[in-house]
Design a protein around this ligand. Structure first.
Ligand code: ADP
Length: 903
């Protein structure tokens, strides 16, 4: 090519390659694309076309040189240039010339000026695609919709849509694009959701407009607007509406189920809504209620000062008038029910501010009011109690040191009784510390601070009786902890009680001792509770330790003598019925202790006249009873003795009359003899004289015995003890009676162990005794019988036995013969005279010696009388005084004693 030719050529728009490498670029091409030569030189032409120029024509196409091709290239600033392209090949040197000729009037900015405008405005995204869907132009607003790195021009302009929108190929959008091209219709996407992430979403609005040239779609212009804000707003509004609806439903449900009654009425005062509580609790009362302020059925409404609320001032009316009610309390009285209600009332206004409805919210505060009233009453009661009670009441606040130990206390409250009891003035105490109010507090015998501190800090109450050395008085105090750190005291002055307690103790002691001495106990029977109380002495009477068991009716039966059980049971009923107030019965207590009880009872009644208590005493009257028994016995004995005495006197009279009659007969004979001068009948006279003497002796014996018996009874008979040889005394007496024994041809034998037994005895008495026994033996022994007298010594005793084989004594009479005036049997002894006094006298005399007498006998075979005398001597003999000496000599005595036996 020549210079000129080259220069001309040079101006043309081409790229020259050798071996596919750029070796030259025409100036016109540089002008067209805005590049410099350097931007292309020595680069591979395929890469230059593809990467730099983004040529929309495939230069590898086989028939590339055949004809001109149409397509787009892009300038350095990524402006699309529509071009024709053709290639010249210089084969021998392997050079190619690529010509690019811009299509006239093809520039987009001229064709689509509005696009340019919109593009510049950048408020919405706009782009132009070629029919092959190559992005020819796009403003930044559009690019911003693309994913990184495609949101900058160099990464997206000139590229097929496939390359910068991921997944476009085969996608719904690709199909849509093809359809637009095919159908040539505008396509709108009204709301495209673009998810950047789960939480980050965008909404776009877009339209794609096909642009036709020469009857076919040449371009696609797409605009795109972000409507996220709008959509979100709409969504927000929708959400808000949904929430509002939900909340409304919730509120309605809450209102419906509220424990407060909610009543709604319109501006005309007509009730429109009642919630459940209102319907259930109020409608029964507010029957026939249709309009606010209507008289509420039969119910009456009062305010808290008990003023009747007139209709026009009912809460609903007041709300309609524009008043707001807050915690307004009213009281509804309906039949017997009183209901306290707290009413809150508000108005509901519309946008214009006019009243549309009223709401009353009513809470049933009956319980609250009642509790409050009760609390108030209690507080008033407590206050008046505090001020009026007789017990001292005081409050203390405890002061502690750092370690929590009580070191002082403050007097916070005292009642008038406290002042009265202690004489302390409240003005001087309230608010003061104990150490200030009572300067001597630490000297007191009680550590008050520690005591109060303990109660306040442990909360444990303490009750005690305490002596105040300062006041010299006794107090009964209850300390308790009203709240932690505080101690309260309730106390009373018990000095008088303490003194009377001591008195009472003394009285009780006295009573107990008196009860003990009198064997008297007291008891109480609680009729309703069926409880029995016994004092200590009752336990002792029954032989138990005091209070060792709780007495019951069963116990009573158990310790009642079985024989008296029935009558005691009856008596118990009679006690309760009031027909009896005392009884005496036998008990059988511990260890079968038996005795007599005297029970006395008194009844106590309640106001209505019901028997509530039986109270009374139980006295052990065993001693009295025994005494009574003895007295009765003695009386019976005395009566028996008296009877015996009468019998005896009768007998005695007979005994006296017989010898007197005998003597009278003899005297009459004597008179006959003297008057008839028959004195010569001497023999008869002597006989009669002897008989007279005999009978005189009988009378004398009787009288002697009577005198001695009387003496013994009166205690005048005295014994004169001297040491005598009892063997010889008895022997002499025995032998001296031989004259009388012979009369009946009775064998009289005296026998003894030893010749001499010296004992202390009264010889006169021994004589009387032995003569009495011998005369009885002679009297009751038949002719030819025997009498054995025996004296022996045995175990410190001298035994004198007088044994006969006479008529004997019946066994059952053996004991009674020694009793005074007892004769075995009248018929039995009728043959024999006797006064029945001799044995009794002998027994008394023997007993005066310290001895005794007994009898053994077999009826019809004989009797033995045994005397036992103590085998004792006396050291000093003495003479008895006041003893009238019996002057009769022994023979006389014997004659007297044997006077029953006629010679
Ligand atoms: P009396 O003066 O009647 O003899 P006693 O007191 O001496 O009175 O005797 C009381 C009674 O005891 C007598 O009446 C008699 O029945 C009975 N008696 C006493 N001694 C004997 C005896 N040895 N044999 C039978 N009976 C006797």
């Amino acid at each position: 090519m020549d210079e000129i030719g080259y220069n001309m050529f040079k101006n043309r728009s081409y790229i020259l390659t050798r071996n596919e490498k750029v070796i030259d670029v025409g100036d016109a091409f540089l002008e067209l694309t805005g590049y410099t030569q350097q931007d292309f030189l020595y680069k591979n032409m395929f890469e230059v076309c593809k990467e730099q120029l983004r040529l929309t024509i495939d230069i590898c196409d086989a028939d590339i040189s055949a004809r001109d091709k149409e397509g787009f290239i892009f300038t350095k600033t990524f402006e699309a240039r529509e071009i024709y392209m053709f290639i010249e090949e210089i084969k021998n040197i392997n050079e190619k010339i690529y010509y690019f000729v811009e299509k006239p009037d093809s520039r987009l900015e001229y064709k689509f000026q509005y696009v340019e405008q919109i593009s510049l405005d950048n408020s919405c995204g706009i782009c132009i695609y070629s029919e092959d869907l190559i992005l020819l132009k796009a403003n930044q607003a559009f690019l911003n919709y693309l994913e990184e790195p495609y949101n900058i021009k160099e990464n997206s302009i000139g590229l097929n849509i496939n390359r910068f929108i991921k997944g476009f190929e085969g996608d719904y959008h690709e199909e849509k694009m093809r359809e637009i091209i095919k159908k040539r219709e505008v396509y709108r996407i009204s709301q495209y959701e673009h998810k950047k992430s789960e939480t980050c979403k965008f909404y776009w609005e877009s339209s794609i407009i096909p642009i036709l040239e020469n009857g076919r779609v040449k371009y696609l212009i797409q605009n795109i607007t972000d409507i996220t804000e709008r959509i979100l707003n709409r969504k927000r509004i929708e959400e808000q509406n949904r929430l509002i609806k939900e909340q409304k439903e919730q509120v309605e449900a809450i209102i419906e189920n509220m424990s407060d009654a909610v009543i709604i009425f319109d501006k005309a005062g007509k009730y429109t809504n009642f919630n459940k509580t209102a319907r259930e609790d109020y409608l029964p009362i507010l029957s026939n209620l249709s309009c606010a302020g209507d008289k509420i059925g039969k119910a009456e409404c009062y305010d808290m000062d008990w003023n009747l609320i007139p209709e026009e001032d009912m809460p609903s009316r007041r709300v309609i008038r524009g008043e707001k009610l807050l915690g307004y309390r009213i009281c509804i009285k309906y039949e017997k029910t009183t209901m306290y209600i707290e009413v809150n009332g508000v108005q509901i206004y519309d946008k214009e501010g006019s009243f549309t409805a009223g709401v009353l919210c009513c809470q049933n505060v009956t319980e609250k009011v009642k509790i409050k009233n009760k609390l108030r009453e209690r507080e008033e009661k407590y206050k008046s109690l505090f001020n009026k009670m007789n017990l001292g009441h005081s409050y203390y606040k405890i002061i502690t040191d750092e370690s929590g130990q009580p070191i002082d206390y403050i007097i916070t409250e005292i009642n008038p009784a406290y002042e009265k009891i202690t004489g302390n003035n409240s003005a001087k105490l309230i608010g003061k510390k104990a150490t200030e109010a009572f300067p001597n507090i630490k000297k007191s015998s009680v550590d008050w601070i520690a005591l109060f501190g303990k109660v306040a800090l442990t909360g444990e109450p303490i009750s005690m009786e305490v002596y105040s050395d300062i006041m010299d008085r006794w107090y009964n105090v209850n300390y308790y902890c009203p709240k932690k750190g505080y101690t309260a005291a309730i106390f009373s002055d018990i000095t008088l009680i303490k003194e009377s307690e001591k008195d009472l103790e003394r009285i009780q002691k006295r009573l107990i001792e008196a009860h003990e001495l009198a064997h008297l106990g007291d008891w109480e029977f609680d009729v309703a509770k069926n409880n029995i109380y016994w004092s200590d002495e009752i336990y002792r009477i029954y032989g138990f330790e005091p209070q060792t068991f709780v007495p019951t009716k069963k116990t009573l039966s158990k310790y009642t003598h079985p024989e008296d059980l029935e009558c005691v049971k009856q008596a118990e009923e009679d006690l309760i019925n009031g027909t009896l107030d005392s009884m005496e019965y036998r008990y059988m207590g511990a260890n079968s202790k038996m005795g007599w009880i005297s029970l006395k009872a008194k009844k106590s009644f309640d106001k209505n006249g019901n028997l509530i208590f039986l109270r009374g005493t139980i006295q052990d009257i065993t001693e009295r009873k025994l005494l009574e028994e003895e007295i009765i016995k003695a009386k019976e004995e005395a009566e028996a003795a008296n009877k015996l005495k009468s019998e005896y006197i009768a007998n005695m009279s007979h005994e006296l009359r017989t010898p007197i009659n005998v003597m009278l007969g003899a005297i009459q004979l004597f008179e006959l003899y003297v008057n008839g001068d028959m004195l010569s009948n001497k023999g008869n006279m002597v006989k009669h004289l002897a008989s007279m003497k005999q009978n005189c002796l009988r009378i004398l014996r009787l009288v002697n015995n009577l005198i001695d018996t009387t003496k013994i009874d009166a205690g005048f008979m005295q014994i004169e003890l001297k040491n005598h040889n009892i063997v010889s005394v008895v022997e002499e007496i025995t032998l001296s009676t031989s004259e009388f024994v012979k009369l009946k041809n009775i064998e009289l034998v005296f026998d003894c162990d030893s010749e001499e037994i010296i004992i202390a005895c009264d010889v006169d008495m021994i004589e009387r005794i032995i003569l009495n026994l011998l005369s009885n033996a002679v009297k009751f022994t038949k002719v030819n019988g025997y009498i054995h007298v025996n004296v022996t010594r045995k175990e410190g005793k001298v035994i004198i036995s007088i044994k006969d084989n006479g008529i004997g004594i019946p066994q059952d009479k053996l004991n009674t013969i020694f009793e005074r005036y007892k004769q075995v049997n009248k018929s039995f002894t009728r043959e024999q005279e006797g006064s029945g006094i001799g044995l009794s006298l002998s027994k008394s005399l023997i007993e005066m010696h310290g001895g005794n007498i007994s009898a053994k006998s077999i009826l019809g075979e004989g009797s033995e009388f045994i005397i036992e005398l103590p085998d004792k001597k006396i050291a000093f003999e003495y003479r008895k005084e006041n003893y009238v000496e019996n002057n009769h000599n022994f023979i006389e005595k014997m004659n007297v004693e044997f006077s029953d036996i006629y010679k």
